[in-house]
Design a protein around this ligand. Structure first.
Ligand code: SAH
Length: 366
């Protein structure tokens, strides 16, 4: 039995297969086919939050739709807003699971970051998302729902410009659900965001990268490298043991050759672990000759984990060595620090608060 299928008496979650669901619905009830287009427009373009707002549908149809089709399957558990304009949602799923998603504001850019799994199975030692392993894959509808809910946070004049699949989970371990969600992000009747403004961030699963290549995908790919050699990467990214960097780089190069999209490599900078000059030099050597961008992310500390952010002089030293080698380097500045914007952190702090609330009150020993 699969946990993704709704029970018989539950309404269908519309966003999981929106066209199929609406077309079948209209056919069954002899409704004109343009109703599908109208409903899509309300959801993706006019940012409707409810059936009742869809005022070009007859009122009886709106009421009928509300009882037959489930528009939202999730609820917002927490909404936090940072001084720098970053907003974060902690989303509660129908089965009680929780995921996070983020809206980032940077000049004219409006970027959203979405999750693909509840937890993560990759086990990167420094990351909050994977500390408790993976519970399950998100459905297409749950991924699309994050996009729409984040879009609703925008002011009327703001428009979504970029999507990064860098939230909780390993996107390439859930491609079956992710790809239709990204199609909705990309298609003109959906969010209409160009494929080159959609980035999938992966720990590096060669078979899934090959699948993207064979599907002729044009999304940007970001590979989370974090180490310049297998020995160190095996320690930081345990799944590397059975994969190895050579096969990841090979799959990534093939993707670049077929898609023409410049690759991004991500490197979380951890004090005294992967931030030494020799690491920078080795990294430059393995990436040389590639049309790639190297994204250095100074570590965002996670409560309870022993890793630290390197000092500023150390970061600058690392950067200079890489730049001298001719690589394109960008340091990703942290955003939303005051709202636990790094992946998995809000969920953890919420869980900790819940734990405190659920614990019996301290007694005074009487
Ligand atoms: N599973 C995907 C998406 C993970 S989140 C992947 O591995 O790419 C996106 C990026 O943030 C990854 O590179 C991840 O390693 C990094 N990351 C995770 N926790 C972090 C932290 N506390 N500080 C900085 N970067 C972190």
């Amino acid at each position: 039995m699969t946990t993704d299928a709704p029970a018989k008496d539950e309404p269908t979650h519309l966003l999981t297969a929106i066209d199929d669901t609406l077309e079948a619905y209209c056919l069954d009830r002899d409704l004109p086919r343009f109703r599908t287009r109208q409903i899509r427009e309300w959801l993706f373009k006019k940012r409707a939050t409810d059936w009742s707002q869809m005022t070009n549908l007859p009122q009886t149809l709106r009421a009928q739709l509300a009882s037959d089709l489930q528009l939202w399957s999730t609820k917002i558990i927490r909404h936090t807003k940072s001084a720098d304009g970053t907003e974060k949602l902690l989303i509660g799923l129908a089965d009680g699971g929780q995921v996070e998603c983020v809206l980032l504001r940077d000049r004219v850019r409006r970027t959203i970051c979405v999750s693909t799994q509840v937890g993560c199975g990759m086990g990167c030692v420094f990351c909050a998302s994977g500390l408790d392993g993976v519970d399950r894959n998100l459905t297409t509808g749950e991924i699309v729902e994050q996009m729409l809910r984040l879009q609703m946070l925008l002011d009327e004049k703001e428009r979504l410009s970029h999507i990064v699949v860098m939230g909780m989970g390993e996107p390439l371990a859930n491609l079956d659900a992710l790809l239709p969600a990204l199609t909705e992000a990309h298609r003109p009747e959906g969010l209409d965001i160009s494929a080159r403004r959609i980035t999938i961030s992966t720990v590096g699963l060669p078979k899934a990268i090959d699948r993207l290549t064979s599907l002729n995908s044009h999304y940007r790919l970001a590979i989370s490298l974090h180490a310049p050699n297998d020995e160190l990467r095996n320690q930081l990214v345990p799944v590397n043991h059975r994969i190895g960097m050579a096969s990841i780089l090979q799959a990534a190069d093939n993707y670049f050759n077929s898609s023409g999209r410049r690759l991004t490599f991500e490197y979380v900078l951890l004090a005294d672990i992967n931030d030494e000059p020799k690491h920078a030099k080795q990294l430059a050597t393995i990436l040389t000759g590639r049309e790639a961008l190297l994204n250095i992310i100074p570590y965002n500390p996670v409560t309870g984990l022993p890793y630290r952010t390197p000092s500023m002089p150390r970061q600058i030293q690392f950067r200079k060595i890489l730049e001298a080698s001719g690589l394109r380097v960008r340091f990703r500045h942290r955003k939303g620090d005051d709202i636990d914007a790094a992946c998995g952190q809000l969920r953890r702090s919420q869980a900790a608060q819940q734990h405190l609330k659920d614990s019996p009150p301290p007694t005074d020993g009487q």
